[in-house]
Design a protein around this ligand. Structure first.
Ligand SMILES: [Zn+2]
Length: 122
């Protein structure tokens, strides 16, 4: 459910509130699709990274519709995307302060170039 108090605070009109609701629904659909997808592999990772890019774009679109500055330092996606191996806790601390995030090099979504490289066994 959309934050009704925030709609009033931000003076969002009905038409825009409907657009916001649709984007929240799309966000949920994409998260579900990732959640139910098989574990990423080098041949399927493109689907995951492109879906992640859509989620990032929705964050920007929502900021605009909510009349906030479009700014990735307020995005709270890293650590919450299905199959993401990055730390949500480490990244939550950064929300609002910086757009720099801490990534796990084994995360297939944020570090697809290193995630599938075989680790040397000792
Ligand atoms: Zn990640």
């Amino acid at each position: 459910m959309v934050n009704l108090n925030l709609l009033d605070e931000q003076k969002v009109n009905y038409r825009t509130a409907l657009q916001i609701t649709k984007l929240h629904y799309q966000q949920s659909e994409l998260m579900l699709a990732l959640h139910y997808a098989e574990t990423p592999t080098p041949s399927t990772i493109g689907y995951f990274t492109s879906t992640y890019a859509k989620l990032v774009q929705i964050e920007f679109d929502l900021q605009k519709l909510w009349k906030f500055t479009e700014d990735s330092k307020f995005h709270r996606l890293v650590g919450y995307i299905p199959h993401c191996l990055c730390s949500a806790m480490d990244n939550d601390e950064r929300v609002g302060y910086t757009d720099t995030r801490i990534y796990n090099e084994r995360c297939p979504i944020h570090c697809p170039e290193t995630a599938f490289v075989e680790q040397e066994s000792k």
